[in-house]
Design a protein around this ligand. Structure first.
Ligand code: DC
Length: 219
């Protein structure tokens, strides 16, 4: 039997990353942070000066993307880009390249290859719908845009970066709209996903709900 897969999808700032890490600690499974792959591609695209309309070159880069995950670090072509890829600038480019169907197709195999024993926790937008449609557990996290912006601002404050909440809310809503309405792998819950609205839930409460879903699936 193949190793179990837990798919966690939802928009940005909803707490997928925190839940995914918690589940990895609990289960000892591998982690796929698929957003980091799109962000690494965005970083590479801007570093190489590739035009976002130049699909052939975007795909060429996606196919050989020199990104590696080492413990908690993301390495791009030998350079530690762990914090660089988390900026709003990189996020905006990532959302644009992620809307291009040919780019998504060229990153599919790389993502599927993460499915290895003893199991995988896959965090993204289309984990339960496109990349791992046979996942054993599918969780879809949601939260209001205002709450997600508040969390992002707090996160930036903790990093010593000041941020404008109105601007961040606007950016989040624009990115959500692009992720939801793109023709290829739009951000939608899988039919068999458990939807968890985290707006008024603590991290602990979200983890408990996820844990219950895993227990029901025998994981
Ligand atoms: O989860 P994140 O914010 O790190 O993702 C960055 C961007 O990549 C975001 O705009 C959505 C996109 N993305 C995607 O289209 N599909 C995924 N599986 C993961 C991320």
């Amino acid at each position: 039997m193949s190793s179990p897969i837990i798919a966690i999808d939802g928009p940005s700032g909803v707490g997928k990353g925190t839940l995914a890490q918690w589940l990895c600690c609990k289960t000892g499974f591998h982690l796929l942070d698929s957003g980091a792959i799109y962000r690494a591609l965005a970083y590479g695209v801007s570093k190489a000066g590739i035009d976002l309309a130049d699909v052939d070159n975007l795909v060429n880069l996606a196919e050989v993307l020199p990104v590696e995950f080492k413990a908690t670090s993301v390495i791009y072509d030998g350079e530690d880009v762990t914090s660089t890829i988390r900026t709003e600038e990189v996020a905006a480019i990532a959302s644009k390249v992620a809307a291009i169907p040919e780019v998504r197709t060229s990153l599919l195999k790389r993502q599927k290859d993460f499915a290895q024993a003893p199991g995988l926790v896959a965090d993204g937008r289309d984990m339960g719908t496109v990349v791992f449609p046979n996942a054993n557990v599918k969780l879809f996290l949601t939260a209001s845009a205002e709450e997600r912006a508040k969390r992002r601002v707090n996160q930036l404050k903790n990093q010593g970066v000041s941020a404008n909440i109105a601007r961040i809310t606007q950016d989040i809503m624009e990115r959500d709209e692009r992720d939801r309405t793109r023709s290829s792998s739009p951000l939608v819950p899988a039919e068999d996903a458990l939807i968890i609205d985290t707006t008024d839930l603590s991290i602990q409460e979200v983890c408990e709900k996820a844990q219950n879903a895993l227990s029901e699936a025998g994981i």
